[in-house]
Design a protein around this ligand. Structure first.
Ligand code: GLN
Length: 529
């Protein structure tokens, strides 16, 4: 058995197609199906690795080193799986494959065209998913009507034609806006959007309506009639206090059963409702832990999506909810603002902007014994801070910010110096490290060996390890015995810097050990205040 669910979106972007798809995937998984989720993005970047997080939000990294859209993080957290390069496809990547074939002469003199060559490559990628999974959920990025999305819609149409009707289920996610003056929800945008989709030749089997208010039976009837979709297949997706309540909201409307009926499949096991029950506890949490994230993109939470999720997931596990403040590293009142927080996190990043504020925040956390977690650039800044203020190397810096630094405590690996292309060439994906026993890191991971995801060009310079160790700033894990992966400070309740990105490893009810330790230390500090 191999079935496909296509998810398209209409009316506006940011409707949460990824969350909707992942919620459906979750329900199907709880029925025992092997589910895979795959993203097809119509933009021409080969991957989002070179994009500004302001434009695109966080770059999520897979274990095999693909730099991807943040939706893959949503897929991983909902489905509790590891995605890979195969879960992410962009128009840029697809065109590159086709153009490479053309250059090799694979097309035998044919004129290479969007139809059939691009659409065939897209269909080849759809079909490749058949092998391992019972159900593949394919999310097509963008909004119906976008010019650049057309080849994807056309490929989906052809794929539908070439496969059995009962093997393919098409979901269209739309917006049902509320017009305040009229006190009314409006279905017209949904009707237009479905018309647009039907012009392309795709008739949705289900319409999922994003809305702020309940959609009543009459309105469902109207959408059903105008959009040619059975009424029970018109589903309300009301804005929820947590994205993790959406699977339950959809289940209450029978979405899983309706999809299984059309795909002609029976559940593979008795529905396992534990996850849906366990997640409910987050609605009742009272205690709050205040965490500051000091970064470059303070006003765009999506830039730190997985960090946000990781802090929340850890807090939930510890019986609290997190109040996370995103503070701009260039904010003049930064240190004053930090006073109200129980913990400080400095995330990853690139470039010079805000570095002084990040270093000042780390000094503040170190000196005032405030729980601190530094991630990638955050870890590198903690090395710079310790070199300057503990070891007395006033000119210590990363060569990313000062190529001629007198004390280059963070430097580029030789292999990185020869890199010509910016895209896909960092140290990316999973790398192993060995953790020293007796360290804070070891007590958190409870393991000698770990594997974590990386995305960086610079590293802590091993030449400075001993000098810093004498000042109590020690390396607790190495890659291949040479490259520092984790640093920590003794005589501090919780001070850890990691060269990798632990935030990609959290799932609801399974917090990442570093985030759990970090939030636990914050709660402890709060109690002792
Ligand atoms: N800019 C730093 C580097 O390239 C850190 C990268 C990051 O934080 N992901 O090494």
């Amino acid at each position: 058995m191999s079935k496909f669910i296509f998810i398209t979106g209409g009316v506006v972007s940011s409707l949460g197609k990824g969350i909707t798809g992942a919620s459906i995937g979750k329900l199907l998984r709880l029925h025992g199906f092997k589910v895979n989720m795959v993203k097809f993005d119509p933009y021409l970047n080969v991957d989002p690795g070179t994009m500004n997080p302001y434009q695109h939000g966080e770059v999520f990294v897979t274990i095999d080193g693909a730099e991807t859209d943040l939706d893959l993080g949503t897929y991983e957290r909902f489905l509790d799986v590891y995605t890979t390069k195969a879960n992410t496809n962009t128009a840029g990547d697809i065109y590159q494959t086709v153009i490479n074939c053309e250059r090799r002469g694979d097309y035998d003199g044919a004129t290479v065209q969007v139809i059939p060559h691009i659409t065939d490559e897209i269909k080849r990628r759809f079909a490749a998913l058949k092998k391992e999974y019972d159900i593949s959920i394919i999310e097509i990025g963008g909004t119906v009507g976008d010019i650049e999305g057309l080849p994807f819609m056309e490929a989906a149409r052809q794929f539908q034609l070439e496969n059995k009707k009962e093997d393919i289920f098409s979901i269209h996610v739309t917006l049902v806006p509320y017009i305040r003056g009229a006190h009314e929800l409006k279905t017209k945008p949904t009707q237009h959007s479905v018309n647009k989709l039907r012009e392309i030749g795709i008739s949705p089997d289900m319409i999922i309506c994003r809305t702020e208010y309940p959609i009543d039976d009459a309105m469902k009837g109207k959408i059903s009639l105008f959009c040619n979709v059975e009424k029970e297949y018109v589903v309300e997706a009301r804005t929820s206090p947590s994205i993790y309540f959406i699977p339950e909201d959809l289940k209450k409307q029978n979405v899983d059963a309706l999809i299984m009926k059309k795909l002609n499949v029976k559940p593979k096991k008795k529905f396992d409702g534990k996850w849906l029950n366990d997640i409910k506890k987050i609605a009742k949490l009272k205690r709050e832990v205040k965490v500051a994230v000091v970064g470059k993109y303070a006003d765009l939470k999506d830039s730190y999506k997985s960090i946000d999720e990781s802090i929340n997931i850890a807090a939930w596990e510890l019986g609290a909810k997190a109040d996370i403040d995103y503070l701009g590293a260039e904010d003049k009142d930064l240190l004053k603002k930090l006073k109200k927080h129980d913990a400080i996190l400095v995330p990853g990043g690139f470039g010079n902007r805000g570095i002084d504020g990040k270093i000042a925040s780390i000094k503040y956390a170190r000196e005032n014994k405030i729980p601190f977690l530094g991630i990638c650039l955050g870890m590198q800044c903690s090395v710079i801070e310790a070199s300057r203020n503990l070891a007395g190397y006033k000119n210590a810096n990363s060569t990313e910010f000062d190529a001629d630094a007198k004390h280059p405590v963070i430097t580029m690996l030789e292999e990185q110096k020869n890199v010509k292309y910016r895209g896909g060439t960092m140290r990316l994906g999973n790398y192993k490290s060995e953790i020293k026993r007796g360290t804070l890191a070891h007590s958190l991971y409870k393991s000698d060996n770990i594997e974590e995801r990386h995305r960086h060009r610079y590293e802590m310079n091993p030449q400075y390890v001993d000098v810093l160790a004498k000042k109590g700033f020690t390396v607790s894990a190495y890659h291949k015995g040479i490259l520092p992966e984790i640093v920590e400070i003794k005589n501090h309740p919780f001070f850890i810097g990691v060269q990798f990105h632990p935030e990609f490893g959290s799932r609801p009810m399974k917090p990442h050990p570093l985030f759990k330790g970090f939030v636990q230390a914050a709660l402890k500090r709060q109690k002792s205040k």
